[in-house]
Design a protein. Structure first.
Length: 307
């Protein structure tokens, strides 16, 4: 397989500084080398730069850094669209607001191909706030509402060419949801597997059901991996830790199943904050998990299936 790494050092979507070091944290942890060691070709095209700022504003006074964030999204939608036509893009964040750009860009490409886009959202949070509903004003809480075409983003975030059908979005690992998000998710019809669903069913059952749908519908699959999907004890390098996250084995199993499915067409690695990390712990784990997604396994398996 051929992959392209793009750094997206955006941090204007969070309340904490340090995510701008995320791409270099992943480089230092050996992300490119780990993927190449599995027999793939990897090209690191360096870091994206934001577009010039537009004069955007919104009546919600709590919103932070709107023009800066929009400038990143303007550049990223275009870049993600362009990259998704070639080698499999891996977007190294940067805070999670960047998924507004990556998913919108990749969705444009899926539309060109006449294939539906599915999104697997691995996160403690649904990031389903609109510009009206955000309480913290941190725009990394908004990307999933935007790319599924919820109201209130038009004329501010880049225009969506192809909103993702909320029914094609599957969120796993969720354990911190604001009231407005809960209502919005239910109304839109997003599949949300919270931690209780993982505890009760096992993560494999949930992932398998989703992958079967993607396959049956000949979908493209974007995976958006927020570091806080993982339990903070194994991944401390993130600004929005929530206790009770995915374990080391649950996370690797998801990645191994994604590999075996052969369905993944693009990937975000987001919210890594090297300033908050402990001796590269989260950066290294994220790299190892990505290696599982690209085919690293403990033993050869007789059948390559996620079933
Ligand atoms: N990508 C993230 N880490 N998002 C955390 C969002 C937390 C909270 N729901 C907010 O809107 O502020
Ligand atoms: Mn997130
Ligand atoms: Mn999160």
């Amino acid at each position: 397989m051929h992959c392209t790494l793009l750094g997206v050092p955006v941090q204007s979507g969070t309340g904490r500084r340090g995510c701008d070091m995320g791409p270099n944290g992943l480089r230092a942890a050996g992300l490119a080398e780990a993927i190449a060691a599995l027999g793939h070709t990897v090209r690191d095209v360096g870091d994206l730069k934001p577009a010039p700022q537009r004069p955007v504003s919104h009546p919600n006074a709590s919103i932070k850094a709107l023009p800066e964030t929009v400038a990143w999204l303007d550049a990223l939608v275009e870049k993600a669209y362009e990259l998704s036509a070639g080698a499999l893009p891996i977007f190294m964040g940067g805070d999670h607001v960047m998924a507004a750009g990556t998913v919108a860009g990749v969705a444009g490409h899926a539309k060109d191909k006449g294939r539906p886009l599915f999104v697997l959202w691995l996160d403690a949070h649904p990031d389903f706030h609109t510009l009206e509903s955000t309480e913290s004003g941190n725009l990394h809480g908004t990307p999933a509402a935007y790319f599924t075409g919820q109201e209130g983003f038009s004329g501010i975030y880049p225009d969506l060419v192809a909103p993702v059908d909320p029914a094609n979005v599957c969120m796993v690992g969720i354990r911190s949801v604001d009231p407005a998000e809960r209502t919005g998710l239910r109304q839109a019809g997003v599949t949300v597997h919270d931690m209780r669903a993982i505890d009760e069913n096992g993560i494999a059952v949930l992932i398998k059901a989703f992958l079967e749908r993607v396959e049956a519908e000949n979908g493209m699959l974007h995976v958006s991996f927020d570091v806080d999907f993982l339990d903070p004890s194994i991944a401390p390098g993130v600004g929005t830790t929530v206790p009770g996250g995915a374990t080391f084995r649950e996370a690797h199993l998801v990645m191994e199943m994604l590999h075996d499915s052969g369905l993944v067409t693009s990937l975000d690695l987001v919210e890594l904050n090297p300033f908050l990390d402990e001796r590269g712990k989260a950066a290294i784990l994220l790299t190892e998990l990505t290696a599982s997604l690209f085919g690293r396994q403990v033993m050869d398996r007789p059948t390559r299936s996620y079933g």
